[in-house]
Design a protein around this ligand. Sequence first.
Ligand code: SAM
Length: 221
Amino acid sequence: MVRQHVNPLSSFFQLERPLPPLQELFQQPERPLHLDIGCARGRFLLAMAPLHPQRLHLGLEIRRSLVALAEADRERLALDNLRLLFANANVSLPPWLAALPRGQLQLVTIQFPDPWFKLRHHKRRMVQPELLQALATALDPEGELLLQSDVPMVMAHMLEAVAASGAFEPADGGTWLAENPLPVPTERERHVLRQGLPVYRRLFRRGRSWQGLHNPIGIPS
Ligand SMILES: C[S@@+](CC[C@H](N)C(=O)[O-])C[C@H]1O[C@@H](n2cnc3c(N)ncnc32)[C@H](O)[C@@H]1O
């Protein structure tokens, strides 16, 4: 599998590109929302959207060419409850989440994020406390965050970031999920399972004591 990473910390990807509000993306923008961050070619969401027609599904992906391919498939399949957007989630998502109606965000999936193995590249990893705090602030109290990876050190990094965010609590009894709770595996997940390799999965809810971010978009005081 050839991978073409982009550096999310480069000045081009640090430009804030505001994401459109749900009213501009969906015909029925008040429905419960599923957010998939790092959706790549979108095949997971293209399969999830018809299985959960009562939900809106929004995919974010930093590689524009993949978004174009996924959006073309979405249009061909006439899926009006799915959109896939080009964005650096770390930059564009927190202000967008701050404006989202409370209770609408029901599910967040972050699946097999880029590992960025070298120590000096760890800061390029997508799962960071700031993003997690913004997600928790928008997440419905009954909503869920699903994390998956096949790389133990990446899973460990995500769990450390979740703990450091102070915003989530385990929804899985604090143990690994043996099965994917969702009906569709991602592309990376299929690839890993075909090789007979393990997948690490954890499920979280918003922490009961989490009060939300008072200054979620980082406006200097
Ligand atoms: C290893 S792939 C996994 C794709 C898919 N979730 C799966 O499981 O098959 C990780 C994806 O996250 C995207 N990505 C990495 N950093 C991102 C960021 N800051 N914002 C949005 N997407 C990002 C990458 O371009 C890549 O397509």
